[in-house]
Design a protein around this ligand. Structure first.
Ligand SMILES: NC(=O)c1ccc[n+]([C@@H]2O[C@H](COP(=O)([O-])OP(=O)(O)OC[C@H]3O[C@@H](n4cnc5c(N)ncnc54)[C@H](O)[C@@H]3O)[C@@H](O)[C@H]2O)c1
Length: 328
């Protein structure tokens, strides 16, 4: 039997490449479309690769006609909160204008199922923890706003054109499928776990903690980390849900557990056996003390169960990847 195709926008990136691995394991062929602005050609291992940008509507239509994908997974975006504040034009252009180009190509080709990478950044400062899906959406930076805008665009495209979508609001992706030689490699890196691992490898001089006077047990910010293969599994289950039920969903994806910056640093020290300098500096504006997501809805609706709950397991997989990729 011929394998069914799924088009993966941003499939050469961190989360996208793990989704491709998972799809291939389930018997699907991931077709990667990525402009490599951030992605890595060596992460594309499970299907064809087309180099192109979201903005190239005609090229997207050609690819969709050629491969006839049963669904689209859309992970292609810029994702640095800080950059989005200094370069909103680039962020709205890439994440919003680019996505509309993709959606228009899908409508032209009569492809009606999309799984979209949203973010917990759409909620802004949380009023209740754990954050549930109905929590007020009040993003505090352009990055979060680009994600919320697309959630609204998807509602309107469903009403007008019948496009069904699952928006997955990730908290923090972490870990790696290091045996497949894929993992987290953003440039410049802004995510906490790879930065701490960089400090452990001696690639940076010290790790910076932005504020240790928050209202948390050790004074540092608390975040929710989910293993990358659990995120990939949720993408696949969302796809199955769309095919089976034809209904759109908005779901948080997290671990429902929070770890502070200081706790993560300690776990990295324990796992690597390396010591490094830690510097406390001022709080960054807009950093909430605590971000933890409720993921009950994803669990019950998708029948999704995270497999990697323990933070040391998550960090160990990230470390295995990191030291092989970046050791000199
Ligand atoms: N990493 C996280 O913790 C996290 C958390 C919440 C949401 N997200 C979202 O998940 C998605 C994937 O994140 P990631 O960590 O894998 O990032 P990533 O940068 O590793 O992957 C994004 C990929 O999209 C590609 N891309 C960007 N703009 C493009 C364009 N215009 N045309 C074609 N390709 C383009 C990049 O080259 C890259 O390969 C993003 O949409 C991000 O906003 C990530």
């Amino acid at each position: 039997m011929q394998m069914k195709n799924i088009l993966v926008l941003g499939g050469a990136g961190y989360i996208g490449s793990h989704c491709c691995k998972y799809l291939a394991d389930q018997g699907y062929a991931p077709i990667v479309f990525d402009n490599l602005s951030q992605g890595h050609k060596d992460f594309v291992k499970w299907g064809p690769f087309i180099k192109g940008s979201l903005h190239e509507t005609d090229k997207l239509i050609k690819v969709m006609k050629e491969y006839e994908p049963v669904a689209v997974m859309h992970l292609a975006a810029f994702l640095s909160v800080g950059d989005s504040v200094t370069n909103p034009s680039g962020y709205y252009n890439n994440n919003v204008v680019g996505t509309i180009s993709l959606l228009d190509a899908m409508i032209k080709c009569d492809i009606k199922n999309i799984i979209f990478s949203s973010s917990c950044a759409i909620y802004g400062q949380p009023e209740t923890i754990p954050i549930q899906e109905f929590h007020e959406k009040s993003p505090i930076n352009p990055y979060g706003r680009t994600k919320l805008i697309i959630e609204h665009v998807l509602e309107d495209y469903e009403t007008a054109y019948g496009l069904k979508s699952v928006c997955l609001r990730y908290f923090n992706a972490a870990g790696a499928d290091y045996q497949s030689k894929i993992g987290e490699d953003h440039s410049p890196e802004t995510h906490l776990i790879p930065l701490i691992l960089d400090a452990a490898l001696g690639r940076i001089n010290c790790i910076e903690i932005f504020g240790d006077d928050y209202n948390t047990p050790d004074g540092t910010c608390i975040r929710d980390y989910l293993h990358i293969m659990d995120i990939a599994q949720a993408h696949f289950k969302s796809f199955e849900y769309l095919l089976a039920h034809g209904k759109s969903l908005r779901l948080n994806l997290g671990n429902e557990k929070g770890y502070s910056v200081k706790e993560l640093i300690q776990v990295v020290k324990d796992i690597t056996g390396n010591t490094f300098k830690v510097n406390i500096s001022a709080r960054r504006p807009g950093d909430p003390a605590k971000l933890i997501g409720s993921t009950q809805l994803a669990k019950t609706t998708l029948n999704w169960q995270p497999q990697y709950n323990a933070i040391d397991e998550i960090i160990r997989s990230a470390w295995e990847w990191h030291r092989k990729r970046f050791s000199v």
